[in-house]
Design a protein around this ligand. Structure first.
Ligand code: SF4
Length: 609
């Protein structure tokens, strides 16, 4: 019996009929799938069929908190969104901070399911479980920051949590994101799913207490964790994730000019020291997080003066080096624009970089680009291009449909499109460390470094693995993915996990204090179960081994210059790692989950397969 952490209830809202219902969750489901990402995958499996398209009324949005979300712990802010993704046409799981997960739990719910579609632009105001459908027409067209402030004022509570979309999503841009307070569900185009349902925003206010099994013990755990984090994460606090720019660039793994090469000659102009010395405004933190890894950058002089944005490694790497831009001011301005207009910085930067390559190759001209000189290194062109993606003008209307949209109209441009399952990669080039290729290929949502697994420490920093070796990478990637799947289901940030002993060999104290049950030794097995459930979804949606293939650029082109000049990850090499990975997972070498694996995980006991 759990006596804390979980609330055992979910809220279901039909946007068309305005029917609202509460459902209970059986305890055995938490035992097998933990929470957050695990629960979202279960409901998606049961309720969103393979033939449902992202913008169909039948597509749904699942948002689930974890057992630790909102408790007295470091950074208990995470919760999970799951839907069919416009960018990929497949399953999407996405993880965010922000206060909404905490608010849901304060209202007594572990999750919220949105189904159907509103007739007119609406925002939901959910206050202590009472739901109002409110007219959002006055907020349509507003930038995310403006909508957020105005909605807080409208409900009369500056501390309310606001999830909102921007103009890009309203225009059904398939790489649009969902803004939640100061954080985001970034990837996959979930913003456009909200827009397809005519939901501009969700405002939540919860005031109840979240029960915990041993509140005093949780306080003790938090007290111990804070100094550990200060000691072990000083660079996160000082530089945020920008600390990795120079490391990744020097090792020759930095996507440069649409992944054409892997070392950016202007790296020192866009690295953590540049940010820290010339552009730093201050740090921001998610709720109850002592690390405060969010580095707010501000441009103090020059033509982008006044621009400010929370800058992260991925956004800097892709808006900067991958677009050939070495002007940090332009990167900050582009980042701010994406955040406010509602674009995923990563996919938007990548698709602009692709457009730049087309332009430089003469495959598109100024006539296509609304007069923009779309060349690598042109910061103004980057910013103007992003605006045109959001408003869907010229060639940017096509780019707004993401890699798969482009491919459908121009299959001949395949060699220049860098993506897996339709999602473009994070700011790492797999030719520089091979396990990274496997993470992109086998991630449940496309070429992603979070869900797919962050192998930087293992392959580039620890000395434990040869980055160009193939052996051992299958098992390594599986382990990292399983770790991430269980942490995403707990409701805490991956950066702080170690301070509560949620590592590769987790301990059960925190779960015991939160829920009354320690989840030992099964946490890692749960991560693996969730990953296999997500794979069952992908299999049902038609994705098998071929869907795990890497882009031509990684498999067919050797790196032409820089520290890893000549390096390539051929299809044959990749396939060797992929075989090992499937074996480690208990999936067939066709990429399909074996029935015996489904049985071993007991999935049929908790999912209506
Ligand atoms: S480590 Fe960074 S991302 Fe994680 S909770 Fe803290 S501030 Fe947020």
């Amino acid at each position: 019996m759990f006596n804390g952490g979980y609330l055992g209830k979910i809220l279901r809202v039909n946007l068309g009929t305005k029917e609202i219902s509460t459902e209970t969750i059986e305890e055995k489901i938490y035992h097998k799938l933990l929470g957050g990402r695990g629960l979202a995958a279960k409901y998606y499996y049961e309720e969103v069929g393979a033939d449902v398209k992202p913008f169909d009324e039948a597509n749904k949005i699942f948002m689930f908190a974890g057992p630790l979300t909102g408790l007295t712990l470091p950074a208990p802010t995470k919760y999970q969104l799951c839907t069919k993704a416009p960018e990929t046409g497949h399953y999407l799981c996405s993880n965010s901070s922000g206060k909404m997960g905490i608010m849901l739990k304060k209202m007594g719910y572990d999750g919220l399911i949105l189904e159907g579609k509103c007739n007119d632009w609406t925002y939901l105001h959910i206050k202590d479980g009472k739901i109002e459908f409110k007219d959002a027409s006055a907020h349509v067209g507003k930038m995310t920051n403006v909508a957020m402030d105005d909605l807080k004022e409208e409900v009369g509570n500056k501390k309310a949590s606001v999830l909102t979309i921007g103009p890009a999503a309203e225009n059904l841009v398939k790489i649009s994101y969902v803004c939640v307070d100061t954080r985001a569900f970034g990837r996959g185009g979930a913003g456009a799913v909200f827009a397809s349902k005519k939901i501009k925003a969700i405002v939540t206010e919860g005031t109840g207490a979240i029960p915990a099994s041993e509140p005093d013990k949780l306080l003790e755990i938090r007290k111990k964790a804070f100094p550990i984090l200060r000691e072990t994460r000083p660079n996160h606090t000082k530089y945020g994730t920008s600390q990795y720019i120079s490391v990744i660039n020097e090792l020759g793994c930095m996507p440069t000019r649409n992944f054409q090469t892997t070392y950016f000659e202007g790296g020192d102009k866009v690295d953590h020291l540049t940010l820290h010395n010339k552009y730093l405004k201050g740090n921001v933190a998610c709720t109850q997080c002592p690390v405060a890894c969010g580095t707010m950058a501000k441009v103090y002089e020059g033509k982008y003066k006044g621009a400010e944005a929370r800058t992260e490694y991925e956004s800097i790497g892709l808006l900067g080096p991958n677009c050939g831009v070495d002007d940090f001011g332009a990167i900050v301005a582009a980042n701010q624009l994406c955040d406010e207009i509602g674009l995923d910085t990563m996919s938007s930067a990548n698709i602009i970089a692709f457009g730049m390559e087309l332009f430089e190759k003469g495959l598109i001209t100024k006539e296509d680009t609304c007069g923009i000189e779309l060349k690598f290194g042109n910061g103004d062109a980057l910013i103007e291009g992003l605006k045109k993606i959001a408003s869907r003008e010229g060639i940017f209307d096509l780019l707004a449909d993401g890699s798969l949209g482009v491919l459908e109209k121009h299959p001949e441009w395949k060699p220049y499109l860098v993506h897996v399952k339709g999602m473009s990669p994070a700011a790492y080039d797999s030719r520089g460390f091979y396990g990274n290729g496997l993470t992109y290929g086998t991630s449940s949502r496309g070429a992603c470094h979070n869900v797919g697994g962050w192998t930087i420490r293992a392959e580039l920093q620890s000395g434990q693995f040869d980055r160009f070796a193939l052996e051992g990478k299958g098992e390594l990637v599986k382990e990292i993915q399983d770790n991430r799947a269980y942490v995403d289901s707990l409701g805490i940030c991956t950066v702080v996990r170690g301070s509560m002993e949620f590592s590769a060999s987790p301990k059960g104290d925190t779960m015991k204090a939160a829920t009354g049950y320690d989840f030992m030794p099964e946490l890692l097995e749960i991560g693996s179960r969730i990953y296999t459930l997500e794979r069952l979804i992908l299999n049902r949606e038609g994705l098998k081994r071929a869907g795990d293939m890497l882009p031509d650029r990684f498999l067919k082109e050797a790196v032409p210059s820089g520290p890893i000049k000549g390096q390539i990850l051929t299809e044959e090499m990749y396939n060797q790692m992929l075989d090992d990975y499937y074996d480690a997972r208990g999936w067939g070498r066709d990429g399909v989950v074996k029935q015996e694996t489904v049985d071993d995980f007991g999935l049929a006991e908790v999912v209506n397969l």
